[in-house]
Write a protein that binds this ligand. Structure first.
Ligand code: FUC
Length: 839
C-alpha cells in the first residue's frame, strides 16, 4: 500500500536549523496523507540526502563535482574538510605498458589451447605475461580544512546534499548563533565555492589550512593559500603531473591575516572561499600545460562574479541536465528519516521515494563526474582520497567502465557520454601499438584495464583477467548505442575509424576452433572466472568464450551497419560479413544454462560476480523472449543459478538482467539487496551512508548499473518495439516517470495507477514509425493514427539482427516461455511532435 501526500505546497526548506519544524510539517502531512491511499500526487519531497550528524568516515561525506573537480564534504562544525580531486591528477606520466615478451608466448599459448591443454597454456601465460606496468593510480590533490575550534555547544545540526540543484548545505547553532555553509562545484566557473554565513554580524572566526598526501609545498598570500604538487612515481613510471590549487578567501567585515601555514579570519560577517585547481595535463601524451596560469584564470574570472550570480548560474547549468527526467513513485512516512536510517530500513519499510532518490542520485553522480572535455568517470567517478586506491581507481573495462555509462542515453544524459568517446579515440591510437607489437595485427586492441595514459596491454598478469583482448570491442559498442539513441550520423562518421580499427584487429587474430571450425578469439578468458575440466584441472585461459563471441557478433554487425549508413568502406564491410557467418553460436548446456564457455564446463553452483555470458541479454540485445525463447530461458536459468547477492556492481547488473527478463519483482528484489547498508549482505556488497555503492570498497559502477536497471524497468527499446512498463514491480503500483529516452530518439513520459497506464506521451525527435508495446489497449489522445502493428518494424533503429540458431544440449530442460499479454501499435511520427496515448 502506498501512502502519499496530496499537498503540493509544503516543501522541505534548505535552511533547516530547526528540524523539529520539519517533523511537525511532516506529521501533519502524514495524518492528511492517510486519507489519500494509492494515489501518487505531485511529489514535493525534495531529492536530498540529509543527516543529523557530520561525516566521520569518507563514505559518509557528500560528493560534489563538475566533471573535472570533485570534492567530498564532511560538514564537521569545528573542522570542515573538503577532500579534493582533479580529474587529470594521476600518478606516472605518458607511457604504454607493452612488454615484448608477451608477443613471444602468444603462439605457444594458442597452440596449447587448440590441443585442449588449458592448464599448460595458463601456466605459460601466468609465467610470461607481465606488462611493463599495471596502470597508474588516480590520485587525490589534498584537502582544505576550515577550523572553528571555538565552537563549544553545537545544536540543531543538519547537513544535506540537494541533488535537484547540486548544492550541499551544513547548518547548526553554536553559542547562540545560527551558522550556515553552502558548497558547490561550479560547472560554468570551474571552481569550488564555499560560502560561510551567520545570523549575527561579525561572528565568523576561522582558519583555512591545506594538506596533501602528494609531494607538495604550500605558501600563503594575504587571504590565500597556494598548494603546488606533483603526482607519484609508480611501477617504474615517473610521476609527472604537476598541479596547483589556489584557495582564496573573500571576507565581508572582520580581519584577515596569514602565516606560512594558514589564513586566519576574525569576526567576519560572511566568507566565500574559492578553490581553483589545475594541472599540466593536456592529453595522454602531452603534459606541457601551465597549471599555475590555468588555475589563476579560473580563479580570477570566478572572483569577478557576485556569489548570488555564481550560484544561480551553477544551478541553471546543472538543472539543464538533471530536470530532463522526473520520477515519482510516491512517498511514505520514511521520508521523515535521515538518509542513513532510510537505507537501513529500505528492505523492510515501504520507501519508494528512496528508490527514486537513488535512481536520481545515479544521474546526479554522472552529471557531476563526466562532462565534455574531461576524463571519463573512473572506478570511483572523480572522488578518491587514496594515493593508492583500490584497483588504482582506474578504468576496468571488462564491465566497470561500461557500466558507468549505461544510464547515459536512457536517462537523457547523452552528452555526458562524450568523455568515454574521447577516450575510445585515444585508445584507438595507443591500442595500435599493442595490436602490432603484441599480436602482429592491424587495428587496435585494449585489454581489461586502461588509465589516464591509455595503456592497452594486459594488466595484473594473465590470470583470469589480463589475457582478455576484448576491452576495445566492448567499449566500442557505446558508439553504436549513442547512435541508436540519437541518430547522429556525423557522430558515426567521426568515430567510424574506432569501430573499424576494433574490428580490424579481430580480422587478423581470429583462430579456427579445431572442433567446430568456428572463428574464435584465442587466448582469452570469460572475465575473471575459471572453469574446471577433465575432472581435476582448472584454468581461465581458453578460446571462444560466449561473451567474446557475442561481442564480436555486435562489433562486426555494427561496423557493417555503420559502413552501410555512411555509404562507404564496402569491401571491408563485406569481409566482415563473411567472418561474421563463421562466429560461434550460443550454446545451452546440460544444466539448462546459457553456456559460459565453448565447452559445457559451467558449474551450476558457481556464484561468480561476473555474469559475462549474459552480456547478450544486457547491455546487448541478442537474447529475446520473442526471437529466441530458448536463450531467454537459458539466461534466466543461469541467473537463478548465480544467485542474487554479490558485489555491488554485480547486483546493479542483475537489476538490468531481471528487467530484461521482464520480471519486475525480481529486479526489485535486487534493488533491495543493493540498497542494504554495507556489511549487512552476507558475502556481498551494498550501499554506504552517502549512498555510494559498495563493492565493497566504494565503486561507483554499482550506482550507475542500478540507475540504468531502474530505467529498464520502465522503458525498453532493444527488441523491435518501444516497450512501456515492461518490468514494473508490485511495490511500484502507482507512479510517474518523465523524460526517459528510447532508441530512435523518442522521449517518453508515463503515468500509471494500479500498474495500468493512465497517460503516455511520446515526443519524437527523429520521426519514423514508433512501434509501442503495452500491456493494455490504448487509444490515440490526439489527432494521429494508431494502427495495430503487423510484420517487421520498419524503423531502422528497431532492426534486430538474426542470430545463428543456438546449440542446445539434449539434457537441457527449458521451460516454455510465458509472456504477459501485450498489444503492439504503430504510429507514424514526425520529428518535433508529441503523441499522447490514453487508456
Ligand atoms: C573487476 C571486478 C572486481 C572489481 C574490479 C575493479 O576486476 O571483477 O570485482 O570490480 O574490476
Amino acid at each position: 500500500m502506498i501512502v502519499c501526500f496530496i499537498f503540493t505546497s509544503v516543501r522541505l526548506t534548505t535552511n533547516r536549523i530547526g528540524m523539529n519544524k520539519i517533523y511537525m510539517k511532516y506529521s501533519m502531512l502524514l495524518m492528511c496523507g492517510l486519507f489519500c491511499i494509492h494515489s501518487v500526487a505531485q511529489q514535493n519531497v525534495p531529492l536530498k540526502l540529509w543527516y543529523d550528524k557530520p561525516a566521520v568516515k569518507w563514505e559518509e561525506a557528500l560528493p560534489l563535482g563538475n566533471g573535472r573537480l570533485g570534492t567530498m564534504l564532511y560538514g564537521n562544525p569545528q573542522q570542515e574538510e573538503l577532500q579534493l580531486n582533479e580529474g587529470t591528477v594521476w600518478a606516472g606520466g605518458p607511457n604504454n605498458n607493452i612488454n615484448p615478451v608477451t608477443a613471444t608466448v602468444i603462439p605457444e599459448i594458442r597452440k596449447l589451447i587448440a590441443e585442449g591443454k588449458y592448464a599448460e597454456a595458463q601456466a605459460i601465460a601466468d609465467k610470461n605475461v607481465h606488462s611493463l606496468n599495471d596502470g597508474m593510480p588516480y590520485q587525490p590533490v589534498g584537502s582544505l580544512f576550515i577550523g572553528f575550534p571555538q565552537y563549544k555547544n553545537v545544536t540543531n545540526y543538519y547537513r544535506d546534499l540537494n541533488i535537484e540543484d547540486a548544492v550541499a548545505t551544513v547548518s547548526y547553532e553554536a553559542d547562540g548563533v545560527k551558522y550556515k555553509r553552502e558548497v558547490f562545484v561550479s560547472f560554468p566557473d570551474q571552481v569550488v565555492i564555499v560560502r560561510l554565513t551567520a545570523d549575527k554580524p561579525g561572528s565568523i572566526t576561522c582558519t583555512l589550512s591545506v594538506k596533501s598526501p602528494q609531494k607538495h609545498t604550500v605558501r600563503s598570500e594575504k587571504n590565500a593559500l597556494v598548494l603546488t604538487g606533483i603526482t607519484g612515481d609508480h611501477e617504474g613510471v615517473k610521476g609527472a603531473v604537476e598541479f596547483e590549487g589556489q584557495f582564496h578567501a573573500v571576507t565581508e567585515g572582520g580581519a584577515v591575516s596569514s602565516d606560512s601555514l594558514q589564513v586566519s579570519i576574525t569576526k567576519a560577517t560572511a566568507v566565500t572561499v574559492y578553490i581553483s585547481i589545475a594541472s599540466n595535463f593536456k592529453n595522454y601524451r602531452d603534459i606541457s600545460a601551465d597549471e599555475h596560469q590555468k588555475a589563476l584564470q579560473y580563479l580570477q574570472a570566478a572572483l569577478k562574479k557576485k556569489y548570488t550570480v555564481a550560484i544561480s548560474e551553477h544551478k541553471k547549468y546543472y538543472k539543464k541536465y538533471f530536470d530532463r527526467v522526473k520520477l515519482n513513485l510516491g512517498t511514505t512516512a520514511s521520508v521523515q528519516k535521515t538518509t542513513d536510517v532510510r537505507l537501513s530500513e529500505f528492505a523492510t519499510a515501504n520507501d519508494p521515494h528512496l528508490a527514486a532518490l537513488y535512481f536520481q542520485y545515479g544521474r546526479y553522480l554522472l552529471i557531476s563526474s563526466s562532462q565534455s572535455g574531461g576524463q571519463p568517470g573512473t572506478l570511483q567517478g572523480i572522488w578518491n582520497h587514496h594515493l593508492m586506491p583500490p584497483w588504482d581507481s582506474k578504468y576496468t573495462v571488462n564491465i566497470n567502465t561500461e557500466m558507468n555509462y549505461w544510464p547515459a542515453e536512457v536517462t537523457n544524459l547523452s552528452e555526458l557520454h562524450d568523455p568515454l568517446f574521447k577516450m575510445l579515440d585515444d585508445l584507438s591510437h595507443t591500442g595500435k601499438e599493442s595490436a602490432t607489437k603484441t599480436y602482429g595485427a592491424r587495428g587496435w586492441v585494449c585489454h581489461h584495464n586502461t588509465d589516464l595514459w591509455r595503456i592497452t596491454d594486459p594488466v595484473d598478469g594473465a590470470h583470469s583477467w589480463g589475457m582478455w583482448p576484448m576491452g576495445g570491442a566492448w567499449l566500442s559498442q557505446h558508439l553504436w548505442e549513442h547512435y541508436m539513441f540519437t541518430g547522429d550520423v556525423n557522430f558515426l562518421k567521426q568515430y567510424y575509424h574506432v569501430l573499424k580499427g576494433a574490428s580490424q584487429f579481430f580480422v587478423d587474430v581470429l583462430q579456427e576452433d579445431p572442433e567446430h571450425h568456428w572463428l574464435v578469439v584465442s587466448p582469452s578468458v570469460s572475465p575473471e572466472n575459471t572453469y574446471s575440466y577433465n575432472e581435476t584441472q582448472r584454468a581461465s585461459i581458453t578460446a571462444g568464450t560466449t561473451m567474446d563471441n557475442q561481442l564480436l557478433f555486435d562489433l562486426f554487425g555494427r561496423t557493417i551497419k555503420a559502413a552501410e549508413i555512411l555509404k562507404f568502406d564496402k569491401p571491408f564491410a563485406d569481409s566482415l560479413r563473411q567472418l561474421k557467418l563463421r562466429l560461434a553460436p550460443m550454446q545451452v548446456g546440460k544444466n539448462s544454462q546459457l553456456q559460459e564457455w565453448i565447452h559445457d564446463w559451467d558449474n551450476p553452483n558457481d556464484k561468480h560476480r561476473h555474469v559475462s555470458h549474459l552480456y547478450g541479454l544486457y547491455p546487448s540485445v541478442q537474447i529475446s523472449p520473442y526471437r529466441n525463447p530458448e536463450l531467454f530461458e537459458a539466461a534466466r536459468n543461469t541467473l537463478t543459478q548465480r544467485g542474487d547477492v554479490s558485489t555491488g556492481w554485480s547486483m546493479g547488473w542483475k537489476v538490468n538482467f531481471w528487467a530484461r527478463l521482464l520480471d519486475g519483482n525480481h529486479a526489485y528484489k535486487l534493488i533491495t539487496d543493493q540498497l542494504r547498508p554495507v556489511g549487512t549482505n552476507a558475502g556481498g556488497g551494498g550501499t554506504y551512508p552517502n549512498l555510494f555503492d559498495a563493492h565493497p570498497p566504494f565503486q561507483i559502477d554499482g550506482n550507475f548499473g542500478c540507475t540504468s536497471g531502474i530505467a529498464e524497468m520502465f522503458v525498453q527499446s532493444h527488441d523491435g518495439a518501444l516497450y512501456i512498463l515492461p518490468a514494473l514491480p508490485d511495490q511500484w503500483k502507482d507512479g510517474e516517470v518523465k523524460g526517459l529516452v528510447a532508441r530512435g530518439g523518442y522521449e517518453v513520459d508515463i503515468a500509471w495507477k494500479d500498474k495500468k497506464i493512465t497517460a503516455l506521451k511520446i515526443r519524437s525527435k527523429l520521426g519514423g514509425v514508433c512501434r509501442v508495446r503495452v500491456h493494455q489497449p490504448l487509444k490515440a489522445g490526439g489527432k494521429f493514427v494508431m494502427k495495430d502493428a503487423v510484420g517487421e518494424n520498419k524503423n531502422p533503429f528497431y532492426q534486430v539482427e538474426a542470430l545463428r540458431a543456438p546449440i542446445i544440449s539434449p539434457q537441457a530442460q527449458l521451460r516454455k516461455t510465458t509472456l504477459p499479454v501485450s498489444m503492439l501499435y504503430d504510429v507514424s511520427t514526425e520529428a518535433g511532435k508529441e503523441y499522447t496515448f490514453v487508456p
